[in-house]
Design a protein. Structure first.
Length: 192
């Protein structure tokens, strides 16, 4: 017996279990019931108004055309019936990404939130969050003239570099190239 702690050497190996040498691969979780909501049903567009043109005639001169923005006829996001989940979706829609703050304010752990997202949508929490942000990013790139840094900030992605990484991963193109490829004639400024 050694003089250290009077326990001999057995204490060093008491929790050591031999591995079979075969590493278990994590299988993705699959919800075995129908999800309560889909991303499409809870998604809130960051672009709330739509461009329209108003034509006014003043006497016999040329008509005056003015651009006005009116509220878009967007579908209302489907409430999940779980207040924390609805608050989380609104948090993402506002472009926030600090989930630690979100969870701490509500007495949750990040794992709790991820489990809730999985139960309601069938998606892992990180996948739901990323798909939500990518959808916002696509709308902002297509319909606005925001810079990549502004789009990244508005989507909750942080910096322009993160936006670049995501567009490369998702579409294999840089943000400005992606904007050019998804934008159709008249898209810029169509929604605000």
């Amino acid at each position: 017996m050694s003089k250290t702690n009077g326990k001999g050497d057995a204490w060093k190996n008491r929790h050591h279990y031999k591995s079979s040498g075969v590493k278990k691969e994590k299988q993705p979780r699959v919800l075995k019931v129908e999800p309560q909501v889909t991303l499409d049903e809870v998604y809130m567009s960051p672009l709330k108004t739509e461009r329209q043109y108003e034509v006014t005639r003043n006497g016999e001169g040329e008509p005056q055309i003015t651009t006005i923005y009116v509220p878009r006829n967007l579908p209302q996001p489907k409430p999940t019936g779980v207040r924390v989940m609805d608050e989380y979706v609104a948090y993402l829609a506002a472009g926030h990404s600090n989930l630690t703050d979100f969870c701490n304010q509500r007495g949750l752990r990040l794992g709790d939130l991820d489990s809730l997202v999985f139960v309601l949508t069938g998606m892992r929490g990180v996948d739901f969050r990323q798909r939500y942000q990518v959808r916002m990013m696509d709308e902002l790139l297509r319909y606005t003239s925001l810079t990549p840094a502004e789009v990244a900030h508005r989507c909750g992605l942080g910096k322009a570099f993160n936006l670049y990484q995501i567009t490369k991963r998702e579409y294999n193109e840089a943000p400005m190239e992606h904007r050019k490829n998804i934008r159709e004639k008249g898209d810029e400024g169509r929604y605000a």
